[in-house]
Design a protein around this ligand. Sequence first.
Ligand code: ACM
Ligand code: ZN
Length: 759
Amino acid sequence: MKNILVLVSTLLLLISCEKTDTNRGVNIIPAPAEISIGSESFVLNDKVVITFAKPELELAAKYLSECFAKDANITLSVKSDTDSDNAIVLDYDESLNTSDAYLLKVDKQGVSITGANPRSVVLGIQTLRQMLPVDANKETTIPQVYIYDYPEWEWRGMHIDISRHFFNKEEVLEFLDIMAYYKFNKFHWHLTDDQGWRIEIKKYPLLVEKSAWREFDSNDKTCIKKAEKDHNTDYLLPENKMKEVDGKVLYGGYFTQEEIKEVVAYATKLGIDVIPEVDIPGHSSSSIAAYPELSCFGKTGWGEVFSAPLCPGKDNTLEVYKNIYTELFELFPYEYVHVGADEVDMTNWTKCPHCQVRIKKENLKDEYELHSWFVREMEKFFKENGKKLIGWDEIIEGGLSDEATVMWWRTWSRNAVKTATEQGNEVILTPNSHYYFDYQQTHKTLSDLYAYEPIPANMDTTYKHLIKGIQANLWAEVIPSRERQQYMYAPRILALSDVAWRYDKNRNWEEFQTRLLTHFPRLDKMKINYRPLDIPNVHERNVFIGSTEIQWNSPVKGVELRYTTDGTIPDKTSNLYTKPFRINETTEFTIRMFRPDGSAADIIKTVYSKEEYLQSVELKETTDGFNCVWYEGIFNSCNKIETVPVKETYVVESISVPQGVGGKQGLVYTGYIEIPSDDIYTFHLGSDDGSVLYIGDEIVVDNDGPHSPRTLSAQIAMGKGLHPIKLYYFDMNNGGFISLKLFNSKGEEVSVKGKRDCE
Ligand code: ACM
Ligand code: ZN
């Protein structure tokens, strides 16, 4: 490695003498480790040949040729010699001993990509593709560069769920293409869940016969309603996933084993490992529906939140699943296989004679240990078959086995990573707070994701080598279509790509945004239904005094912005925003952005409210802190919190959850805040679950309802002095947070410290 670095730095020095002062259109995502841009160019036309130095690279050479056909409408021949002039030469050199490292060199004579192994050549190919102009057609030029690149994380994962809604082979391959383009290398494929079984298992044909198709369920109905309410076709269930049987419409689909093999082969070509997940012992209603004897009481069912699980007390359950995994092992060559093991309702196990006998016989303490026993039994079987087991972080709870890999998802399970790594187990970080791409997006989502530190602060960094990497998950409860899936992952996947590849090396949000903006035309070309970036400085509620100028510009090139003021949903005939305009009355806008191909993004509702500065109040004497009252219970809206008896009262300096409060909680904060001068202020209220902020009698931010982490922002005009504040927050005992920030009209943060009336 040292020799290579010396070589690289010498070459970088040589080239940087010729360096121009622009980046010459080179905007790679993820950002390469080392890059130097020269002033020469390589002319790419159909006289160029792709050559490969070693037979293992033939597939990569063909792949590059296919990519150029798509990216630049150019057909290049592929040869196995390395003597050709005017060539793109693919080679690998094991002395580049960081796995996934590659060198990419472009000058006027030619292009070379040298990987540490055949797979890292494919990573270099992605960089080269991103160096082509987006409108490349037949003949184009590629700027001179010298890139030495390698990732920070070995595991750069993306997950999709094809159970809650089904995605077919073409859609999965398209997803793999995007993953590869942004250098993700682990595809975690959630194949089974309560709502559908999506993989043919030859030994148990009823799994797909009975459970790959369903009548519309509650998630489907939510999607259909949303499509209608918001005029949003992304939420429609695709017709090609429906069929009529006996006069009934059934929705679904599954992968045959032949199709699975095609996906795995395609992923392999792209340098991506596929990790199948067949979720046990919870999330298994689809297998229980087909084979009821797999459950404790011979039927499917639901507990308070999760479905009734498999019965680990019956030997047959273990045997059936060992047979299922055996078929999986044959289809998926990668050593890691995922067993899920999340979100198990153990109520049936406490009542089931088989489970209770198992607990006694195996000398287990309780149902958590029964869960752990079941996972360990599977792990033994995995090992006998040369496979490694991954489970969601619940596998820690009843005692973690020595070798299982933990996938941390519950951000609120704060000791999971610490515990697992201190025990010597590997961990993959997929914290739901930031890496769940099915969660709603607001103006803060992308920058928060970019800045987020995924390694929990309480873990001992001596064990950092046990963190394999990071991954985002895309659950499909309300993602019924390819378009919706893309809307949820793009552009988030680009931000995560930078984090996964470079991680802690001077991550700079401003710099990332300049690269990001150049990628939207690439996404347009790939027909990705991305979420356009937010319109700067538009909040859920905007305030003005007198009159104000409306200035809306989409940062994304070619995106049109249309709006209505009568509450109707904008379409392609609605008012087109072309230049700033002035309003002098309170106005409610519904805005919709349209991508260059005419497709519509989600609607944005916002109000511009004409106000006077809210008068402050006089208090004789104040003392520091907010009152905070804890009401214990499960709430689904803030106005229910004060309907139950008070559990405890506290005083807190600023808005935060007091020490000692946990579990099911509704918190109500009251007091005053001190406002430094007459101004228009912007509150950012983030919570998981719901929260509502009042100033005086007025609701300023309404972030209510059960939801995943979401930050909303809204403005209010306030006069200098003290203002009464009331803030409601609840968490349904599934991991939450509350955060309140305040900014003045210059964008400077103002501290939100509590005051109380002494009288
Ligand atoms: C999960 O989100 N239940 C892993
Ligand atoms: Zn049982």
